[in-house]
Design a protein. Structure first.
Length: 135
């Protein structure tokens, strides 16, 4: 599986340029948070993959709030799995759960980033992260 993740990340880095990412993620709080949540909601896979993709997005100077909303939505919202969830748990429950999870992904991303003392719209290169210690 790890080899598959590496291959997918290589394809993404090849076909999605930094300019494309900068055009989509503008650095605005609401815009970046919603775009990150939509991208995470439409994605499916192991949570570990979202962490790796999130790390790559941070390296491309995408705002921390966008990456946080992407990861939270990836883990909690499941548009891809919605038909199966609807069959097993009921359509009404599945749709309601996904809508609530999407809204909470946005709220949690903003709350988490603001708790770190970072302005939610700041891009990765505008703040110093004391957790990143070079050895």
């Amino acid at each position: 599986m790890f080899l598959g993740v590496i291959l997918v990340l290589g394809l993404i880095r090849t076909y999605v340029s930094s300019e494309m990412l900068s055009a989509v993620f503008s650095g605005e709080l609401i815009h970046d948070t919603i775009i990150g949540s939509i991208a995470g909601s439409l994605s499916a896979g192991n949570a570990t993959v979202s962490y790796l993709i999130g790390g790559e997005l941070l390296k491309e100077h995408i705002s921390l709030v966008a990456v946080t909303s992407f990861i939270v939505a990836w883990i909690t919202v499941g548009i891809i799995q919605l038909p199966a969830e609807g069959l097993m748990l009921g359509k009404r429950f599945a749709i309601t759960r996904n809508i609530i999870s999407f809204i909470l992904a946005i709220f949690i991303a903003v709350l988490t980033v603001s708790d770190r003392g970072v302005k939610p719209g700041d891009r990765r290169d505008k703040f110093d992260d004391e957790d990143d210690v070079e050895e």
